[in-house]
Design a protein around this ligand. Sequence first.
Ligand code: GLC
Length: 538
Amino acid sequence: MIYQIYPRSFADSDGDGIGDLPGITARLEHLADLGVDAAWLSPFYVSPMADAGYDVADYRDIDPVFGTLADADALVAEAHRLGLRVIVDLVPNHTSDQHVWFKAALAATPGSPERARYIFREGKGEHGEEPPNHWRSVFGGPAWTRVTGPDGLPGQWYLHLFDVTQPDLDWTNPEVREEFHDVLRFWLHRGVDGFRVDVAHGLVKAEGLPDWDYDHGLLDSTEKLGRPPMWDQDGVHEIYRAWRKVLDEYDDRVLVAEAWVEPPERLAKYVRHDEMHQAFNFEYLTTRWVAADLREVITSSISATAAVGAPTTWVLSNHDVVRHTTRLALPLSGPKRPNGIKATDPQPDQVLGLRRGRAATAVMLALPGSAYVYQGEELGLPEHTTMPDDARQDPTFFRTGGTVAGRDGCRVPIPWERNAPAYGFSPSGRSWLPQPESFAGHAADQERGVPGSTLELYREMLRLRRELGLGLGELEWVDDLGGDDVVAFRRGEVLVVANLGGEPVPLPSGTRVLLTSGPLDEQDRVPTDTTVWLTPAS
Ligand code: GLC
C-alpha cells in the first residue's frame, strides 16, 4: 500500500503554517506503524505555488517553504531506515511561468528555439486577437493566453491546459525529452524509488490542435465523443517507453501514471511491460456506492490490467477529489466527480459518509493489486465542507469566478493531537487552510490504540492484507449472498462481504469474522454500509 503525503498539509516543523520536509521526516514513524510500503509525496520543488506546487520553476531543487535538498536526502534516508520507499511527483506536462525556460521564451521572438519548448501559436482573426482554438482550461476559462512581444505589441498565444501560470511544454521537441530524462536521473541518483507522473495522459496533443467543443474535464467520456485532442494521444506511450529505459538503468524503481483515461483498456496501455508500473484507477474512484457498479468496475479493471500483465491500482481519495468519507454520502443524482463542496451547498451527512468510507476502504484493501491511501483517510477525516470562500486557494475557485469550490476541502492540514495548537500540525498554531472543529475528534492521538477507531481499522486491514497476501492472487465473485445489493467475493480463504443494501445480511454459516468496517447488529448480521472479512470457522 502506498500512502500519499501532501507536503503542505502533513506536518509543519518551523511554524509558518505550511507543512515541510523536516515535518514529514519527524512523522514517518506514523506511516511505518500504520503498515504502509511506500510514501508518494506531492511536489516539493521550487514553485511560486500558483497551483500548490504543481507549477514547477526548478525541477532540481526544493522550495524554501518545504526545506532544502539536504532535507530531502534526510527524508529519503529516514524512510529507507524505516523500510519505506519514497515516490516523488514529477510534473512534465507544464512548467511554471517562472521557469527559466518560459522566461526565456517570453523574451524571445516567435519561431525561436526558446519558444519552441512550449506551445506558442499565432491567434486567429484579422489581428490575431482570437485564440488559436476553443480549448478550455481544466481549471475554467480559456486554455490560451496572449503574450506581449518584446516589441511591446500583442503577440502570440501560449497553451495552458491548467492555470495561466502553467504553460504546456511541447513534447514533440527533443530538447524537452532530453531535459526530463536528466531530471529523472537527478532524482534517481538521490535515491528516490520512483515517480508519480502528473497528467501523464496530457503530454502529447493531436496534430494541428483541432477544436474540441465538449467538456474538457480530466475524465472525458471517450466512448461517447471520441478521444479529446488534448488527452490520451497514442504518442504519449513512446515517451514512457523511453523513461522506462532510464529507470531500468537503476535497481527496482517505479513509474505511476496519473492518467484520467477511460475505458480500462485504454488505461491499461500505460502499464504495458515496457512502460509504467502502475496507473491510478480513477474510474474506480468515481464509481458510486452502488453494488452493481462496483462489481462491474472491479471486473473490467482486473481484466484490462491482466491482459497486459500488470496489477490494478486502486484509489479512493487524493488531493484533487472530495474525500471519499464525504463523497460517498452525496446524492446519487449529483456529478460522479464533484469538485469541492461549499458552505452554501446542501451539507452531506458526515456520519453516513464515514460509515460508507470505511466500508469502501475495506473493499478496496481486499482487492488484488496495489492500493493508494491519501493522508488523513486513515483517521477518517471528512472533507472540509464549510470553508469560508476567503480562505480558499485553489485556482479552480478563482478561474470559475467562485462558482466551483475546488479542491481545498480535501487539502486541510492533518490533526495529530487534539489539544495542541493547530491540532499538532504546526507549533505556532498557524495553518495555511483553516481546520474545521470536527478534526478534533479525528486527531491521531484520539484514535491510536482505540479499538474500533478508523486508525486501528486501517492498521488491522493492512496487517491482514500483508499476512494473507491479499495484494496478490485471484478474485472470485460470490453471487448468492443476500441479493443484488451485496458485493461478495473470495480472495483465497477470505470471503469479503460488503452490504450496500437496506437490509442486514446474515453471516454465511461456517465462517468467522476476521475484520469488520463497523459493528455487526445484535443478531450478528452485517448491517447496511458495512464490509466484513470472513474466514472458515474451523
Ligand atoms: C494533476 C494534479 C493536480 C494539478 C494538475 C496540474 O491533476 O494532481 O493537483 O492541479 O495535475 O498539474
